[in-house]
Design a protein around this ligand. Sequence first.
Ligand SMILES: Nc1ncnc2c1ncn2[C@@H]1O[C@H](COP(=O)(O)OP(=O)(O)OP(=O)(O)O)[C@@H](O)[C@H]1O
Ligand SMILES: [Mg+2]
Length: 173
Amino acid sequence: MRFRRQTAAYRAVVLAAFIVVMLTGCVERVRAQADRKRIRIRLEPFSADGMTGDRELIEYAFYNLLTNAVKYSPPDTEVTVAGHRDNGRLRISVRDQGYGMSRQELREIFTKFYRTRKAEASGEAGTGIGISIVQQIITHHGGRIEVLGEPGKGSCFTVVMPAGEATPEPQVH
Ligand SMILES: Nc1ncnc2c1ncn2[C@@H]1O[C@H](COP(=O)(O)OP(=O)(O)OP(=O)(O)O)[C@@H](O)[C@H]1O
Ligand SMILES: [Mg+2]
């Protein structure tokens, strides 16, 4: 995916004050889906001082991570969103108590259209491209995405963003 320079420049705003509000909005949007499975979503407040970026793209990224956490978890579990600062970087994680993934699956999920067997069998709708778009969005902001998980023990996706001058890099066409 390519992001147009103008769009990125126009929408680049300081996210610091907005990120928890934005995440609250994302949580509200997945609430009905989570309620159907009695999945509790916990958002731990944190400060995102110094974090900048394209609000719509970052929102898309976290919304996808949250919907995944809810889609690929059994009923009566919990999803936790938390952030903290580490070596001048901001780490925001979305952790679930869901199906988890094997090592091989963890390597494959960034490939477009890939879905795990468990995801296919879950009956949850999906195209298998969300995560690859999330990865592109985060990379575009100078960050990276880390994922940990084990089959049956849940997954944890962590977005690591520079907490300084993290405006999107202009794209030259
Ligand atoms: N939190 C998670 N727990 C377990 N498996 C996950 C999780 N997040 C992603 N996956 C696996 O990675 C695959 C790719 O995720 P991705 O978000 O790209 O696609 P999707 O959710 O299937 O469809 P969509 O394109 O609509 O988001 C999923 O189909 C699922 O197999
Ligand atoms: Mg998805």
